[in-house]
Design a protein around this ligand. Structure first.
Ligand code: AHR
Length: 519
């Protein structure tokens, strides 16, 4: 985990939109897109998710068991799985997090009622292990996602991890393949990515990077899998702006890892003791969290600068496999560990990060937001049989066309600036890409909670006729969906037509917008 104090000034590309046709226009921003100069492909795994056995993130949030009155498929909630399918979730990281380093995979196979339970290393809610390897892959299959399984270095052993990888990936003809078949799965599972430990600098064992580099080599050497289905191995790296782990691991693990993870959380306050509230915050915490989250750009640049020296062949990716907002615990753990509400502000945080990830698509092939359900910046919140979709859910849904799209560099001219007190951030942030459906998509964020903005859009070589898509905004900065009012905030249809050969998009204050341009 990591977060920094608010920036006083953040520069970048930001764009603005104006809310309604009748709303007063406060500024005009111009965006120039040149489709003839495509950038890198935005790997769909940038839109990955993280599901940890923590609080009610898995149990209740997603898994209720086959005997539950809540409609389910082999134990997985139908409402939650149905909603997640709409996000085209490309990748799920599981079972932790810090939980990965206390997880023993053999506790999660065989008859569900005979499995021992265990407790997360943060001491929170008991985890019953009804969800183990087979159940996880059942979810993965239902979602049509890839699996990113995270192994246990902290309290495990080389033998235990080696056995798990063999259990999941080996063809028939080995004792572990036979055990898997006895447990109901003849064919191997497809493990796309395998993480060797988590936060080894902290909950994973308080290690130094050199020590972990040696351990990694030892573990990785015994992770045997058929060549054609060997998972891509990910090393667990450092936290936030500290590039030491990236430096050491990228030198020491050349050829043995396809990526080094970095974790970066966003808080609104100045310290971890005072992270700020999820709801009911003042404008100071609106701008501070947006300013803080924009630091992701510099953070990636810092790590990439190291990688560019140690790995000029660009074989090692930066895997940001934990990111998102983290607030003070409003009910002191009464609801469940790290359960937090999620407002329009979180949707803007997500969208600003998407734009940063798109810009660094070449070195950032994978990120997993923390977390999928009921934990931290979640897509979905549940309370027994009730479910609500969060503003962050809608941000992920609106950005689906960016999965595997080709990024298109853009220039923002005359951007607005949003200032409060000592803090100034760009008014408009934008990202463009040519999607797999052939359409040119433009995403816009207006960070200013008061002023809508007009954005003139120019696409080189063509006269854009219009734009059609969706916009997410609300009257209140902390607009959110609750179990009592689950439809309080959701995206609205948006369209704009060019006039006199020029397209101008009116973006509301505090909004996220994604449109397809009519070329
Ligand atoms: O996402 C919650 C926790 O944050 C994870 O378990 C850990 O990796 C990080 O510190």
């Amino acid at each position: 985990m990591n977060a920094e104090k608010p920036l006083s000034v953040v520069k970048s590309s930001v764009l603005a939109l104006a809310m309604l046709a009748t709303a007063p226009v406060f500024a005009a921003v111009t965006i120039d897109i040149d489709p003839a100069k495509p950038g890198a492909v935005i790997n769909k795994n940038v839109y990955g998710q993280f599901a940890e056995h923590l609080g009610t993130g898995v149990y209740e949030g997603m898994w209720v068991g086959p005997k539950s009155n809540i409609p389910n498929t082999r134990g997985w909630r139908n409402d939650v799985v149905g909603a997640l399918k709409e996000l085209h979730v490309p990748l799920v990281r599981w079972p932790g997090g810090c939980f990965a380093d206390v997880y023993h995979w053999r506790d999660g196979i065989g008859p569900q009622d005979k499995r021992p339970s265990n407790v997360h290393s943060n001491g929170s809610v008991e985890q019953i292990n009804a969800v183990g390897t087979h159940e996880f892959f059942d979810l993965i299959d239902m979602l049509g996602a890839d699996a990113y399984v995270n192994g246990n270095v902290g309290t495990g052993s080389v033998q235990e991890m080696s056995d798990w990888v063999e259990y999941m990936t080996s063809e028939s003809g080995s004792p572990l393949a036979r055990l898997r078949a006895q447990n109901g799965r003849e064919k191997p599972f497809k493990v796309a990515y395998f993480g060797i430990g988590n936060e080894l600098w902290g909950c994973g064992g308080n290690m130094k990077p050199d020590y972990y580099a040696n351990l990694y080599s030892n573990y990785e050497a015994f992770l045997r899998a058929p060549a054609q289905s060997r998972p891509k191995m990910i090393a667990s790296g450092g936290s936030g702006f500290d590039t030491t782990w990236t430096d050491v691991l990228s030198k020491e693990l050349k050829g043995r890892t396809i990526g080094i993870s970095v974790h970066q959380y966003t808080i609104a306050g100045a310290t971890w003791e005072d992270k700020g509230a999820a709801l009911g915050f003042k404008e100071g915490e609106w701008i501070s969290i947006l300013a803080n989250t924009l630091k992701m750009d510099q953070l990636i640049k810092d790590h990439v600068a190291v990688l560019d020296k140690t790995d000029p062949e660009k074989k090692i990716g930066m895997m940001i496999d934990e990111w998102g907002t983290w607030y003070d615990d409003a009910d002191k753990g009464a609801r469940s560990a790290l359960f937090q509400q999620n407002s329009l502000r979180d949707a803007l945080v997500a969208a600003l990060n998407f734009h940063i990830f798109h810009e660094h698509a070449e070195r950032v092939p994978l990120t997993t937001i923390a977390q999928m359900v009921n934990v931290l910046q979640a897509m979905i919140l549940t309370d027994k049989e009730k479910m609500v979709l969060t503003p962050t859910y809608y941000a992920f849904q609106m950005y689906v066309p960016f999965q595997d799209a080709t990024s298109l560099p853009l220039a923002i001219k005359d951007n607005t600036r949003y200032t409060l007190g000592e803090v100034t951030i760009p008014g408009v942030s934008a990202s463009a890409a040519r999607a797999k459906d052939g359409k040119l998509y433009l995403a816009l964020v207006n960070t200013d909670p008061h002023k809508p903005v007009d954005v003139a859009v120019n696409v080189a070589g063509t006269k854009v006729k219009g734009a059609v898509g969706r916009v997410l905004t609300a009257a209140a900065m902390d607009a959110h969906n609750s179990f009592q009012n689950p439809q309080a905030i959701k995206p609205a249809a948006f369209s704009a037509r060019a006039a006199g050969g020029k397209l101008s998009i009116n973006v509301p204050a505090k909004a996220v917008m994604v449109v397809a341009l009519k070329e």
